[in-house]
Design a protein around this ligand. Structure first.
Ligand SMILES: Cc1ncc(C[n+]2csc(CCOP(=O)(O)OP(=O)(O)O)c2C)c(N)n1
Ligand SMILES: O=c1ccn([C@@H]2O[C@H](COP(=O)(O)O)[C@@H](O)[C@H]2O)c(=O)[nH]1
Length: 247
């Protein structure tokens, strides 16, 4: 059976989907997107300097946006921010391991808490991770590969006008409300080559094609007017698409 992805539904004011929300150390795209995602979330967390971003973004409303936990090696969170969220009751979890990023460790903790408390969420949305340092951008993709054995939930990473998620081997269906369709999308074989990829619903479809760096990578592709893309792949594959600005 195909896995279903509805990557942009989390950004609609309608809908009943429930989220896990993780904030990374990148500037947030403004309070509106964050408020909407926050209101749909059953668990909210920051990775280290992500707490600085939340603190700054929410300004005088920040006391209504207190994360459940903040984790990391704590080399980036500002002292005043740390004190503020401690006083407001956020749980602090130190993860000193220097072989994994704060993103990977925070996502693992979030998924662990979801499992332990039997929290019913439909997806995890991470804000940040796609801009700033190039090593961290690639590490964000790597986190999605690392986390594959831990969950079947869709994991979306969103920053600015970009979204990524990792499609598993097998069949996937991606549905996007026609009003939300952006002008570009792509299928990027970052972690390993994909030797057999077949798609429908794209302007440039693939038919049992190889996607591999040095051979073919599908960038600057477009969804057709159906709003439904199907992807069948023999290896995990990064789906990326434009995130429109929503009012
Ligand atoms: C082969 C190898 N290269 C590099 C590292 C270093 N390293 C990998 S993940 C990590 C932690 C990164 O923490 P994070 O807070 O996510 O990023 P920072 O802002 O500190 O760079 C470190 C130090 C390593 N452990 N092994
Ligand atoms: O340029 C950057 C810097 C960081 N990130 C992400 O945020 C977390 C936490 O970062 P800290 O610097 O430890 O506060 C990091 O693991 C990255 O995933 C980023 O995306 N871009």
């Amino acid at each position: 059976m195909a896995r279903e992805y509805r990557p942009l539904d989390c950004l609609l004011h309608t809908g009943s989907e429930k989220l896990g929300l993780l904030i990374l150390n990148q500037p947030l795209d403004g309070p509106e997107r964050l408020q909407l995602l926050w209101s749909k979330s059953l668990i909210r967390a920051c990775a280290d300097g992500g707490a600085n971003a939340l603190y700054k973004c929410m300004g005088n409303s920040r006391d209504r946006f207190i994360p459940d936990f903040i984790s990391g090696d704590f080399d980036s969170i500002e002292k005043a921010v740390q004190e503020y969220y401690k006083e407001k009751g956020s749980y602090f979890i130190e993860t000193p391991d220097q072989n994994h990023t704060d993103f990977t460790k925070a996502l693992q903790l979030l998924l662990q808490r979801v499992r332990d408390h039997n929290t019913k969420i439909d997806m995890v949305v991470t804000l940040g991770g796609l801009s700033g340092r190039f090593d961290q951008i690639l590490a964000s993709v790597e986190t999605l590969y690392q986390t594959r054995p831990l969950t079947n939930l869709p994991l979306y990473v969103i920053q600015g006008s970009s979204l990524i998620c990792l499609l598993r081997e097998g069949k996937s269906t991606i549905r996007v409300d026609k009003d939300l369709q952006g002008s570009w999308c792509g299928l990027i074989p970052v972690g390993e080559p994909c030797y057999h990829v077949t798609t429908s619903g794209l302007k440039w479809n693939l038919s049992d094609a190889q996607l591999k760096f040095g051979t073919l990578v599908s960038t600057s592709n477009k969804m057709d007017e159906s709003g439904v893309v199907t992807v069948e792949t023999d290896a995990p594959l990064v789906w990326t698409m434009e995130v429109p600005r929503l009012k």
